[in-house]
Design a protein around this ligand. Structure first.
Ligand code: NAD
Length: 285
């Protein structure tokens, strides 16, 4: 499939990432179908999209007419059967078996030409692709949070990905206003492989009692990072960040440098998932 053949885009998962990805696809003129199994999440995604577009108008970045066109391009649905599209971008929980199961379902609904992309942060694309027929159309398309603002997209080729599919996805990312970088398939790809230590070491400092959350965050900010590790985990989703660390720990054969933190696990167990749940390492109104 070539860039000019893409008319419809499906986004699976309307959470932190899926909402923003669907928004920019709709803004770029694609008929976009945003799917989630949770009706409340879909409702919240619709409100967030409208709020983001309104903010864009306030800042002079888009017109009322462009907002209306973007909203007209977007469909919110809880019905998988509506996901018959040219490209589908999956953004659901960071668990291999759950991703494989939705990819199988998507392959059944669509023709072998449909490009199946995953926004996974850490799971090898080769493993996701192994679950579907025609794995050459499976590719990584890794956006950063918030997806409607952050410019970078990693495009990841699995062992079976056809080079022309990766190229089409790179061009699609550029059409969405992003800077696309090709990466090889490796757990965590490029950014998450390097960044993992930012979180893991921050949590170790906390566990060892070297400093508290606020001090670590303030110092990392003072040293030039936009956010400290705890603020950033709250933005990403403490649960999602924990799943990414767990997946990388397993993928690197339990290398202790990626070992997930008990403190973080406890936050996940308690439902303190960060901004999206109102509480994480910090509290939100
Ligand atoms: P999230 O928890 O905010 O949202 C996930 C959504 O998927 C939920 O709304 C859930 O209802 C839905 N879902 C779960 N199973 C589903 C299914 N079978 N079908 C349809 N919907 C289903 O998660 P997120 O933070 O948006 O992360 C999604 C993916 O994006 C993960 O793979 C994650 O690693 C990746 N990612 C996250 C970030 C980030 O900063 N949060 C950044 C880049 C990539």
């Amino acid at each position: 499939m070539k860039l000019e053949d893409i008319k419809t885009i499906g986004v699976v998962g309307a959470g932190t990432m899926g909402q923003g990805i669907a928004q920019i696809c709709a803004q770029a003129g694609y008929k976009t179908i945003l799917f989630d199994i949770n009706a409340q999440v879909l409702e919240k995604a619709e409100t967030t999209t409208k709020n983001n577009l309104d903010k864009g108008i306030e800042r002079g970045k888009l017109t009322e007419q462009e907002k209306q066109t973007a909203l007209a391009n977007l469909t919110f649905t809880g019905n998988t059967l509506q996901l018959s599209c040219d490209v589908i971008i999956e953004a659901i929980v960071e668990r291999l078996e759950v991703k494989q199961s939705i990819f199988k379902e998507l392959a059944d609904i669509n023709t072998p030409d449909t490009i199946l992309a995953s926004n996974t942060s850490s799971i090898p694309i080769t493993q996701i692709a192994a679950a579907v027929p025609n794995p050459e159309r499976v590719v990584g398309m890794h956006f950063f949070n918030p997806a409607h603002i952050m410019k970078l997209v990693e495009v990841i080729s699995g062992a079976a990905t056809a080079p022309e599919i990766a190229e089409t996805i790179k061009q699609l990312a550029e059409k969405l206003g992003k800077t696309a970088v090709m990466a090889k398939d490796s757990p965590g790809f490029i950014v998450n492989r390097v960044a993992r230590h930012f979180y893991v070491e921050g949590l170790k400092l906390l566990e060892e009692g070297v400093a508290d959350i606020e001090t670590i965050d303030k110092l990392m900010q003072a040293s030039g990072f936009k956010m400290g590790p705890f603020e950033l985990m709250d933005l990403i989703g403490v649960d999602t960040n924990y799943s990414v660390t767990t997946s990388m720990f397993e993928a690197f054969h339990y290398d202790p440098k990626f070992r997930p933190s008990r403190i973080q696990q406890q936050k996940v167990d308690a439902g303190h998932h960060g901004r999206k749940s109102g509480k994480g390492f910090y509290k939100y109104d």
